[in-house]
Design a protein around this ligand. Structure first.
Ligand code: IFM
Length: 487
């Protein structure tokens, strides 16, 4: 349900854009010297991705980028957040740059600039070169992926190669996208590549991802002009206790630690939170943290990116109840959890409206997070680097794609952004996820987040109603009065 609201004007200079990621759209998995990433391996492993889908072709953006950029220009979208594929730029994850890989991003960036679109680059959106996870016979890499400290150093070398070639034209750089997912879904629950289910490995990976971020910030600063902006994107969680009971509040404190403060404290204050170290003491002694790491990790940033989709509601487990299975049946063993130490905590499915991912629609969580960051990181520019929703879109007999639910979702969340700005949060831009329907990781092509519909058989692109609606918001810098309520 969306309430009727008056038009809301965004500040002058507010950056509007859309976002994508390399493995989700590029395809061309084996072209021009690209080597496999952990997602190529994972998606080819039976049972890991729905329907056996892979990113081999995806939206074929590698070949169709001129038309995709022309479409962005037609929609009047002034900025574009995309990611660079490490295994394209530095095959295998070590050694010299692959000229053909860098040439692709060179062409992409030039095409964006020729259309007046500002390129915003992310260095790592989950496509770790497979050789860094499991070295091919005789390779010099250590293996172990993000559980290996050396991977952090390889990442900084890759960052330097990318910045040396593209830093004269890309002015906003992001090191990592959602390191929570890389560490906790990749090494904890195993629903993301590389598919490991080891809580100690998840925490080790977490630290090495942050170290990689810090080392890459240093490498970027050394290569880029002083005017460049360097940032990090986090998927922080709006964590809520189910009730005000002390046990539920304690559950919320623990998950807030593992979702939010485990990133914000080291990156912005140079320390891990004492309560998180205590909560996870049975999992790891944190001996992978070495002298000097936190200084490296807390190098100053020019902005923080926030990705937001829905809130997280937690409660204390009732020991008298059999443990609920995530599918609703009781008494089954628990699935591996992404959270390294969540014993005694229950994740409560929120009530009300949901997207096709089953995620609750709750824009207040975005407001809560933006105003929290306003208070905790005074003066740091904020960007909403992802926000959007999947729905079961289809093209009707006339070829149109009507997606009123997405428009309502976007309206509610942009209203929350506007409210946060009015409350003093320094939010400088908004990147809608996503430009195109794409490869939604373990869900394959079954979940559509795009404002542009992609027919994956023909690769035909069709702007959905939401694309036209967003284009008008961007053109006017104004959010129109609330859209009709979606039943
Ligand atoms: O598709 C993903 C994206 O790669 C990272 N953030 C969340 C999106 C939707 O699940």
């Amino acid at each position: 349900m969306t309430e009727h609201t008056p038009p809301l004007r965004f500040p002058a200079g507010f950056v509007w854009g859309t976002a994508t990621a390399a493995y989700q759209i590029e395809g061309a998995a084996a072209e021009d010297g690209r080597t496999p990433s952990i997602w190529d391996t994972f998606s080819r492993t039976p049972g890991r991705v729905r329907n056996g889908d892979t990113g081999d072709v995806a939206t074929d953006h590698y070949h169709r980028y001129p038309a995709d950029i022309a479409l962005m220009a037609e929609l009047g979208l002034p900025a574009y957040r995309f990611s660079l594929a490490w295994p394209r730029i530095q095959p295998g994850g070590s050694g010299p740059a692959n000229k053909a890989g860098l040439d692709f991003y060179d062409r992409l960036v030039d095409e964006l600039l020729a259309h007046g679109i500002d390129p915003v680059a992310t260095l790592y959106h989950w496509d770790l070169p497979q050789d860094l996870e499991t070295p091919a016979g005789g390779g010099s890499a250590a293996g172990g992926g993000w559980t290996a400290r050396s991977t952090a150093h390889r990442f900084a070398e890759y960052a330097a190669l990318a910045a040396a070639r593209l830093g004269d034209r890309i002015t906003t750089w992001t090191t990592l996208n959602e390191p929570w997912c890389s560490a906790f879904l990749g090494y904890g629950s195993g629903v993301h590549a590389p598919g490991r289910t080891d809580p100690a490995a998840a925490l080790t990976a977490h630290h090495h991802l942050l170290l990689a971020h810090g080392l890459a910030v240093g490498a970027l600063r050394a290569e880029l002009p002083s005017t460049a902006r360097v940032s990090l994107t986090l998927n922080l969680a709006a964590v809520r206790p189910l009730t005000d009971r002390p046990a539920d509040r304690e559950a919320a404190r623990r998950i807030d630690g593992l979702a939010n403060r485990i990133f914000l404290d080291p990156v912005f204050h140079g320390r891990y939170p004492a309560d998180v170290l205590a909560d996870t003491a049975a999992v790891t002694d944190w001996s992978f943290v070495r002298d000097g790491d936190l200084t490296e990790i807390s190098r100053p940033l020019d902005a923080l990116g926030l990705n937001y989709y829905s809130p997280t509601v937690v409660a204390a487990d009732d020991p008298a109840e059999p443990h609920p299975h995530p599918d609703g049946a009781s008494g089954h063993p628990r699935e591996p959890s992404p959270w390294p130490a969540d014993h005694g905590i229950r994740f409560v499915p929120a009530e009300g409206e949901r997207t096709a991912m089953g995620w609750p629609v709750d824009a207040d969580g975005l407001y809560e997070l933006l105003t929290r960051l306003r208070d905790e990181l005074p003066g740091l520019p904020l960007l909403v680097t992802e926000n959007g929703a999947a729905y079961d879109d289809y093209s009707d007999p006339t070829g149109a794609v009507h997606d009123p639910e997405r428009i309502a979702y976007l309206h509610a969340h942009l209203t929350a952004v506007h409210r946060a700005i009015a409350a003093g949060a320094p939010v400088r831009g908004y990147f809608l996820w996503s430009l195109l329907d794409n490869f939604e990781w373990a869900y394959g092509y079954g979940k559509r987040f795009g404002i542009v519909h992609v027919d994956f058989a023909s690769q035909r692109r069709t702007p959905k109603d939401s694309a036209r609606w967003y284009a008008e918001v961007v053109r006017t810098g104004t959010l129109p009065p609330g859209p009709p309520t979606v039943a």
